[in-house]
Structure formats: structure tokens, C-alpha cells
Design a protein around this ligand. Sequence first.
Ligand code: HEC
Length: 142
Amino acid sequence: MNGQSLKLALLGCFLCLATVGCKDAPGKPKLESEALRPDQVLDFPTLYRQNCAACHGENGKNGAAISLANPVYLSMVGGDTIQRFTAAGIPGSLMPAFSKGAGGMLTDRQIGVPRAWHGRDVGTSRCNRRCATASVRKQLSR
Ligand code: HEC
């Protein structure tokens, strides 16, 4: 083997090790375990825990702010109202605006999640108000 081909062989070896080595490099996210980007989270309990629980309480109650899991509240308020407050906040109070348009961190799809979750079964003939409220409370206590 002359000097030239030894160099080539070494180079080939190095490249091979480099590519194989990189595949399982520590810290490199694997596809299946890759965490969702914050703006891709659409799971209500997760969104709630990350954005609302600090004020509205761990399970939607016993927080500093109004209990959202209160059945009386939920039976009075509609999905529209929840979506509006979540997007725009309540000026003059501690309730922040969450929509990106209003300076918040949540996308329009995410803003729609509490609403969708509140009204999940409403409108189907088999679910009345009480059933919708129960489903909301179940979600919040997960
Ligand atoms: C920094 C504290 C804080 C955070 C975080 C927060 N809220 Fe609020 N929220 C409040 C306060 C305080 C009020 C009551 C404002 C008032 O009426 O004076 C409120 C009110 C509301 C209302 C209206 C209640 C009504 O009067 O009908 C809704 C709906 C609501 N919050 C939903 C949410 C959701 C959903 C999240 C998370 C995406 C969230 N909040 C996060 C503090 C907060």
C-alpha cells in the first residue's frame, strides 16, 4: 500500500465512522421520541397544565382565579365565551391574552382547544348540558 492509498483508506474509515457515529449521537432526538414544539401541542390537559393551571388551579379549581371546572360556571358559559376570553384575555384583570395576534403564545388552533373541549359532545343528540359539563370536569381532573 503506498502513501496515497493509505491516506484514502484512512479517510474512508474516518468518514464511515463519522456517519455511523452520528446516527446515535447522544442528545440527537430520535424521530419517535421527538418532543412536540410548544406551538404544536393540541392536547387540552397539557395546554391547560402549561398555560392555565397556575392561576385557575391544578384541576380547574382551588386556584387564585375563578374555578373553570365549576359545573355552575360551565353550565352558564358557552364555548364561544371561553374561546374569546382565552384569545383576548380580560383587560384590566390578570387574565392574559393568549392568541398570538394579541401578543400571546398560542396559535389559533390552540386557542380553539378549550372551546372544542368544552363543547366536545354538545350538539350530539345523546349529550345534553349536564353531559357536556361532566365531560369537561373529567378532562380537567385527568
Ligand atoms: C395569570 C393568571 C391567569 C392565567 C395564566 C390564566 N387565567 Fe384565565 N383568568 C384569570 C383571572 C384573574 C380571571 C378573572 C378575570 C376577571 O373577571 O376579573 C380569569 C378569567 C378567565 C375566564 C373567564 C371567566 C368568566 O368570567 O367567564 C376564562 C374562560 C379563562 N380565564 C380561561 C383561561 C384559560 C383557558 C387559560 C389558559 C389558556 C387561562 N385562563 C389562564 C387569570 C388567569
